[in-house]
Design a protein around this ligand. Structure first.
Ligand SMILES: CC(C)(COP(=O)(O)OP(=O)(O)OC[C@H]1O[C@@H](n2cnc3c(N)ncnc32)[C@H](O)[C@@H]1OP(=O)(O)O)[C@@H](O)C(=O)NCCC(=O)NCCS
Length: 388
């Protein structure tokens, strides 16, 4: 018998539950619109940079020239790793998933901060920025070490996107590849109260430090229903292999009630606007890199999925082309989710800080449907299973 007398509504999955008021991000899932701080994702993708977008998300306005220069200087100053952190990454097993390596490394950053729990908000923002700055260095250090190569230190004067590609390969990337990475980072930087942002908000609400907050986000982003979908979507495209196989793959997958990765969304009931931007970039990149077969296969899967799911609200999401794009940039598949984290840390920081300005400890409830008042049995009388 339930201990509760009142009827209780369970919001499993927290669908349509509002947990705060926010000025950071607006999604109109019916109209295919996404705004960061009031600016459309299309405008930001076309005109902004990742650094400027991160500033916008965290502080709330587009920076002036001097504000942006200061911000970039601050990020650049925080990019190098403490020798102890690098030593720790060297000790990670090479077979580890890069997301696990990133989660552990970000958590470890807090150990080397003499004051990880500042009282004032400005210092908290600075901690968030120092983590944002270091994530590309952490990802690339592990990536190189697991490939038996020495990590490459950050290079002064490069943008976040350019420096990431530089530290990954040891060579400065060409300007079109940097542009693609820049746009991908902008598109992934924020997305309202998704699972990982909520995890960060819950941790922030306990007044925990920024390292714990961002570590919570990384752990939550790791799952295939959230950050991991881009890897799964690319895997599908690779397995399908060519345009001719796409239709039969989709028909068979849907008949088996399998989900087509990169399609469907809890909020968008039409096109995800980020998908349109990435698909266009992907098309250009495919021609430039001579990888049209991969891109065309992704398009064929998209067309077949849309045909067979016509009349539903399942449309392509950001992950339908992000994996294909990252692959064409020469990036290992298991780095896609860490790259997502490298960008989303801007949104996580923005939400944690916004929530803290009007903090209330997040403590929902679970409806207890178990028993009460069971007698505590001595060992010899226990059945070894739950009481009926
Ligand atoms: C993202 C996702 C979890 C959102 O799901 P949701 O809003 O909770 O939708 P539901 O799980 O309630 O699904 C509703 C229906 O659509 C179907 N559906 C949802 N996504 C689907 C997909 N990608 N392919 C095929 N069918 C899908 C479900 O099977 C379900 O059908 P049913 O009512 O017959 O059981 C889901 O669309 C999904 O798993 N997509 C693939 C993973 C992915 O691309 N994730 C990245 C999100 S950015």
């Amino acid at each position: 018998m339930s201990a509760f007398k009142e009827p209780v509504v369970i919001h499993r999955g927290l669908d349509n539950v509002y947990v705060e008021e926010s000025k950071i991000c607006y999604i109109d899932g019916e109209a295919s619109r996404l705004f960061y701080r009031g600016y459309s994702i299309e405008d930001l993708a076309e005109h902004s940079t990742f650094e400027e977008t991160a500033y916008l998300l965290i502080y709330g306005w587009l920076p002036t020239t001097s504000q942006l220069e200061d911000f970039k200087r601050q990020i650049e100053a925080h990019r190098p790793l403490e020798p102890e952190i690098l030593q720790l990454i060297r000790s990670f097993p090479y077979h580890s998933d890069p997301m696990d390596a990133l989660r552990t490394a970000v958590s470890a950053l807090g150990l080397y901060d003499p004051q990880p729990m500042p009282n004032d908000m400005e210092a908290r923002v600075d901690k968030g920025l120092s983590i944002l700055a270091k994530i590309p260095t952490l990802i690339t250090a592990f990536e190189r070490l697991r490939n038996r190569k020495e990590p490459v230190s950050p290079k002064s004067g490069l943008s976040h996107a350019a420096d990431f590609l530089y530290m990954l390969t040891g060579k400065e990337a060409d300007s079109y590849d940097v542009h693609v990475m820049e746009v991908a980072l902008i598109l992934h930087a924020e997305h309202e109260m998704n699972a990982s942002t909520f995890a960060c908000t819950v941790t922030a609400s306990t007044l925990a430090d920024m390292y714990s907050i961002i570590t919570s986000g990384i752990g939550t982003l790791r799952g295939p229903l959230h950050g991991g979908a881009n890897e799964a979507a690319l895997k599908t495209v690779m397995e399908v292999g060519n345009v001719a196989n796409a239709e039969s793959y989709v028909v068979e997958a849907l008949a088996q009630k399998k989900r087509i990765m990169g399609f469907g969304h809890r909020v968008y009931k039409t096109w995800d606007p980020r998908y349109l931007i990435l698909k266009k970039l992907g098309e250009e990149l495919a021609v430039k890199k001579g990888q049209t077969k991969l891109f065309d296969t992704a398009v064929a899967i998209e067309m077949s999925t849309l045909k067979h799911l016509e009349g539903t609200t399942i449309f392509p999401n950001v992950d339908s082309y992000s994996g294909v794009v990252f692959h064409m940039l020469g990036i290992q598949t298991d780095l896609f989710t860490p790259i997502f984290a490298m960008s989303r840390v801007a949104g996580w920081t923005a939400h944690a800080i916004e929530y803290l300005y009007a903090n209330r400890l997040i403590r929902p409830k679970a409806l207890y449907i178990g028993k009460t008042g069971l007698p505590y049995l001595p060992m010899q009388l226990r059945t070894g299973r739950a009481e009926e």
